[in-house]
Write a protein that binds this ligand. Structure first.
Ligand code: PLP
Length: 402
């Protein structure tokens, strides 16, 4: 092997220790990662049944439901498609309420399954206005709308909807409510039963801080009844089939068993840390990152009432090439952040708060972020961001870690 090849390999190995600050997949704790090194078990045997049962019972309070939670192998998108395809029939009128890229994707799934999709659009950077949703539903006097598609936390814009307010806006309208909470669930209070949502979807690689591979879908009693009557075709993502097998402590198809082991440990630790502490941890990190952005002269993209606790989006300053800044961060410093998606490409940076990241690591990353911006021509004190974030963390006197 040549010297250059060896050096490159060494460099790659060194760089494999990245500070991963994207909004999923996120940094996973050693204790959770090492659970994945356990030997394989029979996915239809007692050991894995116990894993699924423990996970399901710990997930219910996180969703805020006493109804069922089914665990599916696959990405969050699989969970969303399972919800849409199992619950609705072709031709059903659906009101999709996207506030960004992921909301559009949910609407696209519904269109793909032949549903009659109406969009209630919101300018990006804002949350869905509950009054507009209420007005649209009040105009639906004959209850023609059979489904409402909502995003809890819109990862592409760093916005979070006020789900309690949206639940009030829906009121007694009988439409089934499907919620994408892939990047929201577990990072703030969620009350599925209280808010009368029908299907809520999340995934392992976001706030639960587990590697990717599992989707988790909570289903209300009313949704099961409606699914029994739905006429859509479904096979691998059929939630009814998933429920049948969940009752036996199994999944219909072979799941990523090792990710199941990881989820089991992560949920045990979630419970030990305490939900409220986890919510606070995400929130204070988001507050600190927003403070850093402002101090660096970067405008926070989300509007004041819509800030997400799991991802902060900030505008790329005029004349700065976002991709170049990200490349410097990654290649020179091992810090990985996200840019914008679709029409926001090159326009925003996104930094996630989810995952196993210490305050010290976040502060270091924000210092480096200031430095990289500076290297690429941004005229602001590179240390202003980290100073503001430090002050923000310091204002909070409670211990940072459980
Ligand atoms: C990450 C994410 C998804 C998609 O998850 P995949 O696992 O990539 O399919 C869907 N919705 C939101 C809001 C997300 O953040």
């Amino acid at each position: 092997m040549s010297k250059t090849m060896r050096t490159n390999r060494l460099r790659e190995e060194l760089m494999s220790k990245n500070l991963l600050l994207i909004p999923g997949p996120v940094a996973v704790a050693e204790s959770v990662l090492s659970a994945m090194a356990k030997p394989m078990v029979d996915h239809r045997g007692p050991a894995f049944r116990a894993v699924l049962e423990r996970c399901t019972s710990r997930l219910k309070p996180i969703f805020g439901t006493t109804s069922d939670v089914v665990i599916l192998g696959g990405a969050g998108t699989n969970g969303l498609e399972s919800a849409v395809s199992s619950l609705f029939s072709a031709g059903d009128k659906i009101l999709a309420c996207p506030i960004g890229v992921f909301g559009q994707r949910l609407a696209a799934i519904a269109k793909t399954w032949g549903l009659d999709v109406e969009l209630l659009e919101t300018p990006w950077g804002q949350a869905l206005d509950p009054a507009r949703l209420a007005a649209r539903l009040q105009a639906d006097a004959k209850f023609e709308i059979k489904g409402i598609l909502l995003t809890h936390n819109e990862t592409s814009t760093g916005c979070q909807n006020d789900m309690a307010a949206l639940a009030r806006a829906i009121g007694n309208h009988p439409a089934s409510v499907v919620v994408d909470s892939v990047s929201g669930l577990a990072a703030s209070r969620f009350a599925m039963d209280e808010w009368q949502f029908d299907v809520v979807v999340t995934a392992s690689q976001k706030a639960l801080a587990v590697p990717p591979g599992l989707a988790m879908v909570a289903v209300s009693k009313r949704a099961w009844e409606r699914m029994a009557l739905a006429k859509g075709p479904a096979f691998a993502l059929d939630l009814r089939k998933a429920r049948e097998f969940a009752d036996l402590g199994q999944t219909p198809w072979t799941p990523p068993v090792s990710v199941g082991f990881a989820l089991d440990v992560a949920l045990e630790q979630y419970e030990a840390e305490g939900a409220e502490q986890v919510w606070r941890r995400h929130d204070r990190t988001a507050v600190a990152i927003r403070a850093a952005a402002k101090a660096l002269g970067l405008e926070v993209y989300s509007s004041e009432a819509a800030h997400s606790p799991t991802v902060v989006a900030m505008k790329v300053p005029e004349g700065i090439e976002a991709a170049a800044v990200q490349r410097t961060l990654r290649e020179q410093y091992g810090v990985v952040i996200s840019g914008g998606q679709k029409e926001l490409k090159g326009k925003i940076f996104r930094i996630g708060t989810m995952g196993d990241v210490l305050q010290a690591e976040m502060l270091g990353a924000l210092a480096i972020f200031g430095l990289a911006l500076n290297q690429h021509g941004h005229r602001a004190d590179p240390a202003a961001g980290v100073r503001a974030a430090l002050a923000s963390f310091a204002e909070d006197t409670q211990p940072a870690l459980a």
